[in-house]
Design a protein around this ligand. Structure first.
Ligand code: ZN
Length: 259
């Protein structure tokens, strides 16, 4: 099965990840916060929208769903019951969603919101994880209606995927996240290199995404709570009671909120 994955840009820094089947000219979009950029892209590439998947209820991820349902009446909407859209298939942790015979496993990766889903799509044995606002390259989502404990658990779970898994976050926040990471780990060479590349890509309007989990393990402080350099970097900025993974993770999230 040949499925291409393309980011449609929306708002200032959102990506609407689009799965494209060139064989039958059909497309699936994930988190369409706006309808018009999707309609424009599909029209110019002669594609039919067959499905919409949502990760969480925030408007910049769901705002275009109703208009797309009107424009493409055959579209099958996949969402959790909390996502405030009119879904055809209700999902929760453990559900399976299909993309032209390829299976996507649904994982609960809450924390940013109380019911945040990720889709882990297997294409010919390669895993592609659409993680919404849970994990960003070199960073993590803010805690809104979920809890920091949930977000920490979600990161642990995502970190259990194979190292070559490709991650597709919904925002272009990479460069700023790397600047924060370097404020914690100034000597991290992988982060320094990644920031140079991210700034180059930003200057050309090229996405820094997707990224492999292997790369994230080197540049994302929210996956590096057990590294002495991260614990030391946090302690230099904030008093923490212990070095437990959750304590360091929560301190990093608080520091990032004020970065
Ligand atoms: Zn969000």
């Amino acid at each position: 099965m040949s499925i291409r994955i393309h980011p449609i840009k929306a708002f200032n820094d959102n990506y609407i990840w689009t799965l494209i089947n060139d064989g039958n000219k059909q497309a699936i979009v994930i988190d369409p916060g706006q309808a018009q950029p999707v309609i424009d892209y599909l029209d110019s590439h002669d594609l039919e929208l067959t499905s919409i998947w949502t990760t969480h209820h925030h408007h910049d991820h769901t705002g275009g769903v109703a208009e797309l349902q009107e424009s493409y009446p055959m579209t099958h909407v996949v969402a959790h019951s909390d996502h405030t859209v009119d879904q055809d298939q209700t999902i929760k942790d453990g559900s399976t969603v299909s993309a032209w015979g390829c299976a996507a496993q649904v994982w609960d990766v809450s924390g940013h919101t109380a019911s945040h889903m990720a889709y882990i799509l297997d294409i010919d044995g390669n895993k592609h994880c659409f993680c919404g606002d849970t994990l960003f390259s070199a960073g993590c989502g803010r805690v809104f209606t979920g809890t920091i404990e949930q977000l920490h658990d979600s990161f642990k779970r995502l970190n259990g995927l194979s190292s070559q898994t490709l991650l597709y976050p919904a925002h272009e926040y990479t460069a700023n996240n790397l600047r924060f990471g370097l404020s914690i780990e100034p000597d991290n060479e992988a982060m320094q290199q990644a920031l140079i590349r991210a700034e180059e890509k930003n200057a050309h309007g090229t996405p820094t995404l997707p990224v492999t989990l292997e790369h994230e393990r080197m540049v994302n402080v929210f996956l590096r709570m057990q590294e002495p350099s991260v614990i030391e970097g946090v302690k230099a900025k904030k008093n923490i009671e212990d070095d437990k993974s959750l304590t360091v993770f929560a301190a990093l999230r608080e520091l990032k909120d004020n970065f």
